[in-house]
Ligand binder design. Structure first.
Ligand code: ADP
Length: 245
């Protein structure tokens, strides 16, 4: 279970507050979707979750473990990150995915680490790509590699920052299926930001609408009302009858 409580953050003492007592709770194997205008603080929350930034106050507890109290290496085992656009340098698909186990193996990977990578590549239909340069794959294939790299370390939480931003419709749907599988079959908790509300509704179990540094509205699929969307995004749209994309 992920429990975020009273999280407060600003980028500098003279800069405006970005998170202002944010609270959010997500159960094991649940998919939570963060929504909100550009600049609402979604990426900032992800930077804090992955340890790139430290909150001024508040706590993040994952499976009863306070993330502020553990080493960066332990945190990296617990929390994996899939960015919006992925570049892998000049590594092969195999080596890219292997880097997802860095926090486990430290300086040099062992046979067990390589075995886990092979299993994941097989499972995700990437085995035939193992020796290819990861950067030369298509957008959808790259996203799959990024997911394989995230799950190979066996994390409890995966954070996805706008993962469908660069994908076409077919790959968007594939990614959504893949994410649902991770949550349901592996029990991984997922927190994801998305700008497309129809895609969000298709993917998520719980929804968190961010505004002014807090979660202004939270709930299940029935939270998507015209009033909530108008309050958060400042536009009134007719959402009746539309379910996906
Ligand atoms: P979102 O992901 O919801 O679009 P962000 O978390 O990127 O929002 O940004 C939240 C606020 O923090 C914005 O006002 C943005 O300008 C500011 N911000 C983001 N990154 C930095 C930074 N490195 N330094 C200063 N301000 C930043």
């Amino acid at each position: 279970m992920l429990e975020i409580n009273n999280l407060t953050f600003r980028y500098g003492r003279r800069l405006p507050i970005v998170l202002d007592g944010l609270k959010l709770t997500l159960g094991d194997g649940e998919i939570g979707v963060l929504l909100g205008k550009n600049g609402a603080g979604k990426s900032t929350l992800f930077k804090i979750l992955t340890g790139l930034e430290r909150p001024s106050s508040g706590s993040i507890v994952l499976n009863s473990c306070n993330l502020a109290a553990i080493s960066p290496r332990e945190r990296a085992k617990q929390v994996a990150y899939v960015p919006q656009s992925v570049t892998f340098g000049d590594l092969s698909v195999f080596d890219t995915v292997l880097t997802g186990r860095l926090a486990h193996f430290g300086l040099s990977a062992g046979e067990a680490d390589r075995e886990v990578v092979n299993e994941i590549l097989e499972e995700m239909g990437l085995a035939d790509f193992a020796e290819r340069s990861a950067d030369r794959l298509s957008g959808g294939e790259k996203q799959k590699v990024a997911i394989a790299r995230a799950i190979v370390g066996n994390p409890s939480l995966i954070v996805f920052d706008e993962p469908t931003g660069n994908l076409d419709l077919a790959n968007e749907m594939l990614l959504i299926c893949e994410m649902k599988k991770l949550a349901k079959e592996r029990g991984i908790t997922i927190l994801c930001s998305l700008h497309n509300i129809y895609e969000a509704k298709e993917l998520g179990d719980r929804f968190f609408f961010m505004k002014n540094g807090v979660v202004a509205h939270a709930g299940g699929k029935d939270i998507f009302t015209e009033d909530v969307i108008e309050d958060v995004f400042g536009v009134r749209i007719n959402i009746t009858g539309r379910n996906i994309l």
